[in-house]
Design a protein around this ligand. Structure first.
Ligand SMILES: *Cc1c(COP(=O)(O)O)cnc(C)c1O
Length: 431
């Protein structure tokens, strides 16, 4: 099995955290998102401990909210000692509504409106991560109007190309995120920021991409950032206090993906940063990282009920499910691979080759293609693993499908954390 929190019981059913998935499906309905709180907390601890060990006590991981944002996650990450990054006023609102401290929020976003900026500054957001010069000017003006001095990091583009998908690669010089170092534009950005009156620049931010397994891009990233910090110190006298190196560590979706040694990777990044800082005569800054996927992905799975098989003679077989791209658009967007199990027949041989098709009127509505599972009958429960990240947060009502419920399991029991949307919910704002 892909993960140690999964098992098979005497009925031949898949269990998660010791609970029969068929019981979860019967009690809460399908499609159903299931999150294992114990796995989620263990992932938080891995980052917190490794960052403290290798970067020092002041270092902290920020949970990247966009991977999975709902009220119930904030008390968990806060109790594990994490900060959070948010990318929109909606995420700010959700975190604050859950009682998460505003000073532990870092506000990202590539096109924050003046309204967003005003909301963030007046809420007491810990740091803005400023994407561009237009935002910088608005932020300085608005902070002045509100009589505040806003702390911020400047988002820089390091000009790296990690080997990951085009759609989730953000570090290249021509990325729409941040201001590039290579073109010299970062210099103007930093100088202008230092001259602003109502802000305090605490350091730099950069994020190179997502679902990255190789260590090279992170090592190069910290070298480039340290080199740039040294150059700006020499030219302007400005010394960074903080460095946020983003998220992006890869997650194991199928047996073909490696299992990343996160503490090992953090140790390696830390030693690169320390060596560079020493060589350049810089104090090692306070380091932040922003894991999203690697905190929540493997804590989640989705349960569906199958409508049965459809065999297109001479071509392929389909297994249909009662959800699909509306609750999990990642296959449609990126051709992302998943591990799929027939949760009702775990003792049967997984030898039925099929594609998993969703219920939307859209030929791209697939969850997986040409995989093997135990041959299902109509009514079997199908489990798709590793759906904790970028599933609920990307879900839509396409084809007027209500978004699924979510349960959180811990210590052998389950609790509802997101109610299933109703048809009434979907028409509530329609006049
Ligand atoms: C998406 C994103 C993250 C999180 O990336 P993961 O791959 O989920 O770890 C962190 N920081 C920024 C700026 C992002 O855009």
């Amino acid at each position: 099995m892909l993960y140690s929190n999964l098992g098979i019981n005497e009925k031949g059913h898949l269990t998660v955290g010791g609970i029969d998935t068929a019981d979860l499906a019967a009690e809460y309905g399908t499609p159903l998102y299931v999150m294992d709180e114990d796995v989620l907390r263990a992932n938080c601890r891995t980052y917190v401990q490794a960052m403290h060990n290798f970067f020092g006590e002041h270092a902290a991981p920020l949970y990247a909210s966009k991977a999975l944002c709902f009220k119930g996650i904030y008390p968990i990450i806060e109790s594990e000692g994490m900060f959070a990054d948010v990318v929109s006023p909606g995420e700010v609102y959700t975190a604050l509504a859950a009682g998460f401290p505003a000073e532990k929020l870092f506000f990202h976003g590539t096109n924050k409106t003046d309204e967003d900026i005003r909301y963030g500054v007046s809420s007491g957001i810990g740091r803005f991560v400023v994407d561009n010069i237009n935002e910088l000017r608005s932020l300085d003006r608005i902070a002045g109007e509100l009589g505040k001095k806003q702390k911020l990091l400047l988002r820089l583009t390091v000009g790296l190309d990690p080997h990951t998908l085009e759609a989730i690669n953000t570090g290249r010089v021509d990325s729409q995120f941040g201001v590039p170092i290579d073109t010299g534009q970062a210099d103007e950005f930093v100088r202008e920021a230092l001259a602003c009156e109502n802000i305090e620049v605490t350091g730099f931010h950069s994020h190179v991409g997502s679902q990255i397994f190789e260590s090279d891009s992170f090592n190069r990233q910290v070298e480039i950032l340290a080199g740039y910090a040294a150059k700006m110190k020499e030219e302007t006298g400005f010394v960074i206090k903080e460095l946020n190196i983003g998220g992006g560590l890869g997650v194991r979706y199928t047996e073909a993906d490696p299992l990343l040694d996160i503490p090992g990777r953090i140790a390696e990044i830390a030693s690169h940063l320390k060596n560079e800082c020493e060589r350049l005569g810089l104090d090692v800054p306070r380091v932040f990282m922003e894991p999203g996927r690697s905190i929540v992905a493997n804590a989640g799975l989705t349960l569906y009920t199958t409508g049965g098989t459809k065999e297109v003679k001479g071509y392929r077989n389909y297994v249909t499910v009662d959800g699909g791209m509306a609750d999990n658009p990642r296959y449609a967007l990126y051709k992302s691979e998943y591990t799929v199990l027939n949760a009702s027949r775990m003792d049967d041989v997984a030898d039925y080759e099929c594609s998993i098709a969703g219920r939307c009127c859209e030929s791209g509505d697939r969850i997986a293609e040409f995989i093997k599972i135990a041959e299902p009958e109509r009514g079997d429960i199908i489990a798709v693993l590793t759906t904790g990240a970028y599933n609920y947060s990307m879900a839509s009502n396409y084809n007027r499908l209500p978004r699924p419920a979510m349960v959180m399991i811990s210590g052998g029991s389950a609790r509802l954390v997101i109610r299933r949307e109703s048809f009434e919910d979907m028409i509530r704002n329609e006049l």
